[in-house]
Design a protein around this ligand. Structure first.
Ligand SMILES: Cc1c2[nH]c(c1CCC(=O)O)Cc1[nH]c(c(CCC(=O)O)c1C)Cc1[nH]c(c(CCC(=O)O)c1C)Cc1[nH]c(c(C)c1CCC(=O)O)C2
Length: 410
């Protein structure tokens, strides 16, 4: 019997085998290591994390060659997983967010099941309004609700006064998220990179003014038309606090950051240009500048302007490394619009996961063919839905790996 000569891997990156198990660090050991790293004479937190075994998503984000297309799914920690529902049956939504132990547990859940190339810290974009002194509750069956919505310019004034000049101090009220990031990254034991995230200023403002989710966002859209100055004031405060919040996540161990502008598509293009894009640009610039000033290595930045694919050329110029793509455009057209050399993330229609496995595989092949050989982080075009089946997400991940590996080894 002849022994096959091993062919060298095309890149030095670690290749997770399908179903590769997470070799997680026990929580008590992770806590002890974090404490030791932070103690006087300790290494400092960032130096204490175990080395990264699978850097494929980070390489793709930087446009570097990869051995396979990395893949993760927005809302991969969520209600479609029975183990998530079982944690949620015992705790309120924001209690899970506020408990580093529970938040890290649910962040790890999808990594135990699937060969994912990235994790995203479990939290919500609506912790930012809470930091600005605005209550947010999560009502089962309805979603997020803001009992005292921002209805007038005077309400904006109250927020501006509440926050004051010290944005760092304001963001510190979210230090529980930073603790969750540190604990999760330690427990991940170098398995793959950990995303931090926040909502885009326009999306956060829309929830604050609307008082919750909406079909037409009438209050939010009326507000920018009737009170443009107050709208800009509110967007400014959200932006500056979000910069501090994201920088804090990187200090805590986040290795890549995503800004979710889930409501970008609600604005007509000229209003998107006025009320969203400048603030997205400021976040990219602000995060980079603050990290440089702190002597911390820059991390890749991802922007997901959902519903605004018509303005992808403008979004491509905001200072982000990766552009999130929804399912309303094919990756080939997205590349043509965003310009040469762009790195994309997306974009399978989440509802494709309701199809039988062979159809999911076929759609994955179509998506990768559309993409061509440009840098891609595979994802859905929006988040996982509560009625998705975990097995079908598994098929999506497996097929991305199999098809891209086969293509890259030819
Ligand atoms: C708009 C938005 C929100 N939150 C978020 C966005 C932007 C992304 C998007 O557009 O989907 C972001 C978010 N929310 C959640 C995450 C966790 C990380 C992940 O796995 O992606 C992330 C990244 C958990 C969550 N956030 C929420 C859930 C489900 C609620 C629950 O567990 O009871 C999860 C897992 C609740 C939430 N939070 C929000 C809404 C509208 C809802 C209700 C959705 C629903 O009920 O289907 C606001």
């Amino acid at each position: 019997m002849s022994v096959p000569t091993p062919t060298p891997a095309p890149t030095p990156t670690f290749i997770p085998q399908p179903g590769a198990l997470l070799d997680e660090m026990p929580e008590d050991e992770a806590v002890a290591r974090i404490q030791a790293a932070r103690a006087p004479g300790g290494s400092g937190l960032l130096a204490a994390f175990p080395p990264l075994k699978n850097d494929t998503a980070l390489r793709a984000a930087k446009g570097l060659p990869v051995s396979h297309t990395p893949v993760w799914a927005m809302r991969q920690a969520g209600r479609y997983l029975p183990e998530f529902r079982s944690v949620r049956s015992l705790s309120q939504f924001f209690e899970v967010c506020r408990s580093p132990s529970l938040a890290s547990e649910v962040t790890l859940q999808p990594l135990r099941r699937f060969a994912l190339d990235a994790a995203i810290i479990f939290s919500d974009i609506l912790v930012i309004p809470q930091a600005l002194g605005v209550d947010v509750v999560m009502t089962p069956g309805i979603g997020p609700q803001i009992p005292n919505r921002v209805a007038t310019p005077a309400d904006v004034e109250t927020i501006v006064k509440f926050v004051g000049e010290d944005y760092t101090k304001c963001a510190q009220s979210l230090s529980y998220v930073w603790e969750a990031v540190a604990l999760t990254r330690m427990r991940m034991n170098g398995h793959c990179p950990l995303f931090g995230f926040c909502g885009a200023p326009w999306t956060i403002m829309a929830y604050m003014v609307q008082g919750g989710g909406s079909r037409n966002w009438d209050h939010a859209k009326a507000f920018v038309l009737n009170h443009p100055e107050a709208a800009h004031q509110l967007l400014h405060v959200i932006t500056e606090v979000s910069i501090e919040y994201l920088v804090g996540k990187v200090h805590a161990g986040a290795q890549i950051l995503q800004v979710f502008d889930s409501n970008a598509g609600e604005l007509p293009p000229h209003q998107l240009k006025e009320f969203s894009l400048p603030y997205l640009a400021r976040i990219a610039e602000g995060v980079k500048a603050r990290l440089a000033a702190d002597g911390v290595e820059a991390v890749p930045l991802v922007v997901f302007a959902r519903g605004a694919m018509h303005s992808l050329d403008l979004v491509a110029k905001l200072g982000y490394d990766v552009l999130g793509i929804d399912w309303t455009i094919d990756l080939k057209s997205a590349r043509a619009k965003a310009g040469p050399g762009c790195v994309l993330q997306g974009n399978l229609d989440p509802c494709t996961l309701f199809a039988p496995p062979e159809v999911i595989r076929q759609e994955v092949r179509r998506m990768l063919a559309d993409n061509g050989d440009g840098s891609l982080i595979a994802n859905l075009g929006h988040g996982m839905l509560p009625n998705h089946s975990p097995e079908h997400l598994g098929v999506f991940i497996e097929e991305i790996h199999a098809v891209s590996r086969a293509a890259k080894s030819t």
